[in-house]
Structure formats: C-alpha cells, structure tokens
Design a protein around this ligand. Structure first.
Ligand code: CO
Length: 208
C-alpha cells in the first residue's frame, strides 16, 4: 500500500465518523475509560480492535512479539501498572494466536540474535509443560497447544504482579486467556481455571 493511501484513508475515516456524530473527536479528546486491557501479538494479521469489533476508547492495547509478559520487561509491566492501577480496567486479556511465528521460532534451534532472550521465555513455557507437549505427536497440534500454554503462562505472569494482585483483592479484576485462530477468524476463550491456578501459585507468588 502506498503511504499516501493511508492518509487519504484517514481523511475518509474522519468524514465517516463525523457524519455519524459531529462531536465524535471532541468526545474522544475528553479522555479514556476503557474496561479492558488487551495484550496480544504484534502479528499484522491479528488486529486487536477489528477482531473484537470494538471502537476507539474501548480497549487499552499492548502488543509485542508472541504476546509476552516477562517480569523484567519495563514496557509490558508499565502497561499493566497503568491500565490496572490508574485506568482501573475490569478485565485483562492475553490473546495469543495460532500460527504465531514467535512461538514457532521458539520450537526450533536457531540463533536469532536479540530475539533469543525474548523467545527464551517461550522455551521456558515448553519446559514447564514438556510432558504434555511431548505426548502430542502431530507437530501442528503441538505448536497450537504451545500457543495456548504460552497464553496461560503469560496470564500467570500477570497474576504475579502486585498491581494485578491488588486489583484482584480490591475490585475482583479478571484475567482471561484467549486465542485467535487465524485460519477461521474465530476468537477462542481458553476458559483457564484461574481459581485453581491461583490456589496453586499464590502460595509462592503472593506479594500483598
Ligand atoms: Co504471533
């Protein structure tokens, strides 16, 4: 796509929004009060707002390679802090996607330079769930299951943060694990049993 096309698309979009509501941008400029924090993959096929059918102002979004929440990553930690403790979102979503190249790369032996430490976190997910993953013979199924387990582990990483623990205690903030299936367009709720996981892990990770 030509760069100029993007700017003409923008002008068209402004006109559409204003024709439906002439105060649209004035209202947007007042502030944001999103109920959701969405953490997803940077993959160009997984467009957060479009796949959820939401509008500007509805969702606070953070995207990185393979929807990771590493505890030492200043970017994702800042996003969680701001969304949970300041914007006071009600739901935190980690959304992975099948056919994620980041997850695929972590299943292979290759030196990817700066990506090594980032993707190492996914290798750790594999190690934690090695017994289950090794029992899956079909490579594609194994790859898809690692995508799901990675979402689950990143949800647990969120629960490890004091921001999420405080918000859970005070406001009952919920953490959700989803997967977007690129092949069908379907959004799948993994229905992760957080009460069970919390019971198991809070003994170790409780901060507050
Ligand atoms: Co991806």
């Amino acid at each position: 796509m030509e760069i100029e096309r993007i700017f003409s698309n923008n002008r068209k979009w402004i006109a559409e929004k204003l024709s439906a509501d002439c105060e649209y941008f004035k209202k947007l400029s007042v502030g944001q009060n999103p109920e959701y924090l969405y953490i997803g993959c940077s993959d160009s096929r997984v467009t957060a707002e479009e796949l959820m059918g939401v509008q500007p102002g509805d969702v606070f979004v953070h995207r990185n390679i393979a929807n990771m929440v590493p505890n030492t990553d200043l970017s994702s930690m800042s996003v969680i802090n701001y969304a949970v403790s300041h914007l006071k979102v009600k739901h935190v979503i980690v959304c992975g996607h099948y056919y994620c190249n980041g997850v695929k790369a972590a299943m292979q032996s290759a030196d990817l330079g700066i990506l090594n430490p980032w993707l190492r976190n996914i290798r750790d997910v594999y190690r934690i769930h090695k017994t289950e993953l090794d029992s899956i013979i079909d490579e594609e199924e194994k790859y898809k299951r690692l995508v799901e387990l990675n979402v689950q582990e990143q949800c647990i990483n969120i629960i490890k943060t004091p921001d999420a623990q405080k918000a859970y205690k005070l406001r009952g903030v919920k953490v959700h694990g989803w997967v977007f299936d690129v092949r069908s367009g379907k959004l799948i709720d993994l229905k992760i049993d957080f009460n069970k996981i919390l019971e198991n892990i809070m003994e170790i990770y409780r901060i507050i």
